[in-house]
Design a protein around this ligand. Structure first.
Ligand code: PRX
Length: 632
């Protein structure tokens, strides 16, 4: 198609002309008057003056040409359900959901929190919200009541949409008790809760508050709810993510920029074609699920598979069976899932007809070379494309863009900076740009961030500026908080986070949040949580805690009991996803003389590495205790 270097250079040097062209990939009710307003850095406004609607571009726009083509393919190996919705049927379901939300009082700008398992109604809910100009906030179903409560409080939703239960590995996971507890904990109370009853777990509806979805849907079978045209800069959704503090950040996305960014990524990054099928194995609770289970493929006129279930149930061939059955062209998953599959019978990779599959995209965590090689060989040399991005960016920052120009992948590298991203590596101490090959620096992006990236942190512009734009000395640049190097060919290699964020099986978690949860146990005085390398999950959380009352902790059984209690606290407050793999008890934590926790040193010894320079350490015996605990 062209030359990637020129394509990228044009996106930076001739930014507005480049994005004006991409804006033609989507429908506008009113065309934008200004492509990018960067008069108040670092706040970028894209396609100013334009009016559009995300749901229109994902659904309605396709009715003329592909009404009877599959749009949403729901597959649950948990409940043995499989149902395909054409664009026409999806359109009808979304309008029914939108009509229900309207009945519940939802209007443009209202927030709607979605706490749901991977079911088709979750997709209807998201699309119905943006159809009305309401701002959805999907909370990952694996999060428990405390995590959910902080998000309810911050987003202050008028309505919450939920379900009785999810299911994992054949076991019912009740959502409703966690939701009720979260609402009780939260200072903000939603006016209504819309409940999708899957009849998996009994529950008692809260009188006057809880509304039954099936009953309401039956009233609105023929609903016609037009899209509400919104300004390009109108927020489409917020999605909470973890950072350095214990308080999650509501990443706020616009409408026009996001629609254009996803529309452009379909041909250039994913080579997804209208009429094809996209299978993204993420969860709607994460950014990958927002962009590449729901919005991206639908904007691109593709069918998208929404899968509820494990990759190894009924057996390790389930995903490949779906590829064969639905003629999947583009697949998107995470390295952890591939590491799980690697333990299964390799014959499962060759059992099915995978001829439709063009490429497998992997993101969310580092893709290690053995895993990349295993899957690449197993899939007979199909393209395996590592891509790097963040909740904040909404779509990839680094990747090979085969839709622009075919390029080889390099093991261990997510490729080059994508069009629109002016990526620079900088020295964290001096702020100086590092232009030489293989120099380690912080991966930064010069403003304006391209379309689709976060506008701000919900309700907290100051935190947005301070968190992301003020960390590099002397420069207003966006920090990804990732270390990286770039080789002589311009390929980047990600080396890990610069902050206290850890990545467990592709799930981004803040160690501070876990520490705060553990500290709420009555017998915990202080705790440090670090991420430790794990062959399957990439990283796991490990906790080192000081008990208030150590008198009972003299024997291993008592320590195990307290460890179990601490894990339970994390399970019930944050969810099992955040549970530390181990909780060790110590009498002191390694700190600097000024009292700052030496997390890097703890992490190093927990991974059996040399902790490096310890001259600033107050009490070396504290680190020694950790070394001994790890040795067991
Ligand atoms: O540390 C990087 C890691 O995941 C972080 C972002 O996580 P999250 O906000 O959940 O968004 C995931 C979107 C794919 C990054 O700061 N990360 C993401 N992709 C990669 C990666 N690390 C290495 N290689 C990747 N491909």
């Amino acid at each position: 198609m062209g030359n990637f270097a020129d394509f990228h250079a044009r996106s930076i040097q001739d930014r507005d002309a480049f994005w004006a062209e991409q804006a033609q990939l989507v429908d506008w009710k009113v065309k934008p008057q200004q492509i990018c307003d960067y008069s108040k850095p670092p706040f970028a406004k894209w396609f100013v003056g334009g009016e559009t609607n995300l749901c229109h571009n994902a659904v309605d726009r396709h009715l003329a040409e592909r009404a009877d083509q599959p749009a949403l393919i729901f597959v649950s190996t948990e409940t043995d359900h499989e149902k395909t919705y054409t664009y026409r049927e999806l359109h009808a379901e979304v309008q029914r959901m939108a009509a229900i939300l309207q009945d519940l009082g939802v209007v443009k700008g209202d927030r709607v929190l979605i706490y749901m398992p991977m079911i088709a109604e979750a997709a209807f809910a998201m699309l119905a919200c943006v159809r009305l100009g309401a701002v959805h906030s999907v909370v990952f179903g694996g999060f428990a009541s405390h995590s959910l409560a902080t998000r309810i409080e911050d987003a202050s939703p008028k309505v919450i949409i939920s379900a009785d239960a999810g299911s994992r590995g054949g076991k019912v996971v009740a959502y409703k008790p966690l939701l009720d507890e979260a609402i009780a904990l939260s200072a903000h109370k939603p006016a209504k809760v819309l409940m999708v009853d899957r009849h998996l777990a009994d529950f008692t509806p809260a009188a006057g508050r809880d509304v039954d979805y099936a009953t309401e849907r039956a009233k609105h079978m023929d609903a016609l709810v037009p899209c509400v045209w919104v300004e390009s800069t109108h927020p489409s959704y917020t999605l909470y993510t973890s950072g350095t503090t214990g308080k999650p950040k509501g990443v706020q996305r616009d409408t026009g920029g996001y629609t254009v960014a996803l529309a452009a990524s379909m041909p250039y990054v994913f080579e997804g074609k209208p009429g094809g099928t996209f299978f993204c194995t993420s969860d709607i609770g994460w950014v990958v699920g927002h962009s590449y289970i729901i919005y991206g493929p639908l904007i691109g006129g593709m069918a998208t598979i929404l899968y509820e279930g494990l990759p190894i149930r009924p057996d390790g061939g389930i995903w490949w069976r779906l590829v064969e059955r639905y003629k999947v062209n583009v697949m998107f998953s995470a390295p952890t899932a591939i590491r799980v599959l690697k333990k299964q019978d390799p014959a499962l990779l060759t059992k099915y007809d995978l001829s439709s599959l063009q490429a497998l995209f992997l993101a969310g965590e580092p893709l290690d070379e053995p895993t990349a090689k295993w899957i690449s060989e197993g899939l007979n040399g199909k393209a395996i494309i590592d891509n790097y991005w963040q909740t904040e960016t909404g779509w990839p920052i680094l990747s090979i863009c085969n839709g622009v120009e075919k390029a080889p992948s390099k093991f261990g590298s997510p490729g080059k900076a994508i069009y629109g991203y002016n990526v620079k590596l900088v020295d964290d101490q001096t702020g100086e740009e590092l232009t030489g090959a293989n120099q380690k620096g912080v991966l930064t992006i010069d403003g304006p961030l391209p379309p689709g990236n976060l506008q701000t942190i919900w309700g907290d512009d100051e935190r947005f500026v301070k968190t992301y734009w003020k960390t590099v000395p002397g420069k207003l640049v966006y920090s990804t908080f990732d270390w990286a190097v770039r080789d002589e060919d311009g390929y980047f290699f990600i080396l890990g986070r610069t902050d206290d964020v850890i990545n467990v099986a592709g799930h981004r978690l803040g160690t501070r949040e876990i520490e705060e949860s553990i500290s709420s146990h009555p017998n915990i005085a202080e705790v440090a949580v670090v991420g430790v390398a794990d062959p399957l999950k990439g990283q796991v959380a490990m906790a080192f805690a000081i008990a208030k009352d150590t008198s009972g902790l003299t024997d291993a059984t008592a320590r195990l009991k307290l460890e179990g209690e601490v894990m339970k606290v994390v399970d019930t407050q944050l969810g099992a996803v955040a549970r530390p793999s181990r909780v060790f008890f110590v009498t002191a934590l390694p700190k600097t003389r000024s009292g700052k926790l030496l997390r890097r040193a703890i992490q190093a010894v927990a991974e059996g590495r040399d902790p490096g320079d310890l001259t600033t350490m107050d009490d070396p015996a504290a680190l020694q205790q950790i070394v001994e605990q790890i040795k067991g």
